[in-house]
Design a protein around this ligand. Sequence first.
Ligand SMILES: [Zn+2]
Length: 502
Amino acid sequence: MTRRQSLSLCLASLAAGHGNIPAVLAADEPRKSAGTKPDPDGGVFELRGYYITFMRMPAMGWPEWRTALDALAEDGINLLVMWLPGGFRSKKHPLTWQYNEDHPNVRQDFMRDLITYVQGKGIRVLLGFTPFGYDGVNRMALEHPEWRAQKEDGSPVDEFGIHSWGWSLCPARAEVREFMRSYLREMVFDFYPQADGLMVESSDYNVCLCPECRAKPYEEEFRLTREISQEVWKAKPEALILVYPHYFTGRSVPGLAASAPAVRQPFDPRWGLVFTPHSAHFDADLIRQASHTLYSGPEAVLGTPAGVAAGARAARDHGVKGYLPSLEAFSYQVTRPEGGEPYFIGRRRLPLGQDPEKEGRNPWNSLPCRVQRLAVRAFSRQPDLSMGQFSQQVEKAFFAETSPASLPQAVADLLELQRIWTFEAEWYWSSPLLDPDFFKSRARRLAWPADKLAAYQRNLDTLRQIAVRWQASPGGTERGMFQLADSVVQRWSHAGEPAQVR
Ligand SMILES: [Zn+2]
């Protein structure tokens, strides 16, 4: 959320390495191992998994989830964070899910079956949430406008959201604290007691700056986190509870008002810590104390295999023991100009660039995503794998039937297709190149310069070459590459004219 939210921050930090050739070259140079021993089963990370915003995926029901989980389990993961608020039918607080009534889990609860199914594969499931903000929770201010968080000048924070639009809440209010505890306990103990723990994702956006909250940032959030952690550990001593390092660092939090004082609460080493590139930077002292540590970044969704390699190496180099990239994909109906783009209002989001109605409801089996999942699997085990060695794994995984003469071109085309698919992708959309109408409106609105348009033109030309190269392939990955590349080229073609982005 932080990743979901701090989009601009996150994208700015990604921009330098996102899908361009120098980043690939840089990542290709193996680094010296930081002293971690490879483990024959799982590699250097004891925790390996994905972070998923379940409540923003109303296009998938239980049958689709079951096949998706079968596939994700093949990536060698042992941990799955499922974000739930807004995505289950709370009896006590129906306002939290009414915006999400078409979500299959809101219509008929299958999350319990899902958790049991995933656990049967040796994977732990943690329930994700943000205290006092984000999906479901932010809807409560519709009925209680006085619960809204405040800006420093005392006015309410701006309405904000991803799918679930509303307002962050002010934790200084007793009724807000009471609601938050009641909703969480309902989710954790009444609905999904079989889950293996929690991920408490600190609020990082529109955090309340009323005089009480400003004087003691994160105090109420920390109190809530400590209480719910103790209740969960009492019921299940082995539960894994992941928190952000903000409460303990004694430093100001990236993204929070500069005027907010730093916080240093006592750290309970039973907590696992999550570090992220946007708002929770590595902290050597805390990493030494915590029983579990994880790094979670956007690279599997927004980047390339080189980005995944860089994420895994960053985690390993800082002594972090887990790698949990986001695999977020959204399939909800858009109601607001999210990401500043009114274009999508009234449309369904296309998770990872795939139309759930036409191309399948499980976005993680699309060809570009399968390349990234292979990267997660490969670099989670061996962060120092070179890009050449990764290409050999691509050969084995995708081109077992391909003739040796065609192999180098086939592998290069697949990696190019994946790069182009996520070129300038954001959480809300894959590369704008995939949708000519969106591309044109965005290019116009942001007055894209000629060199940016030229980069997109090169990508479109590459897709055309890929389509031509593999159009006669009867099946396999080659056929899949043709279909994906050709679908984009066709969208840009008009009456037989060659496709041009201008
Ligand atoms: Zn407040």
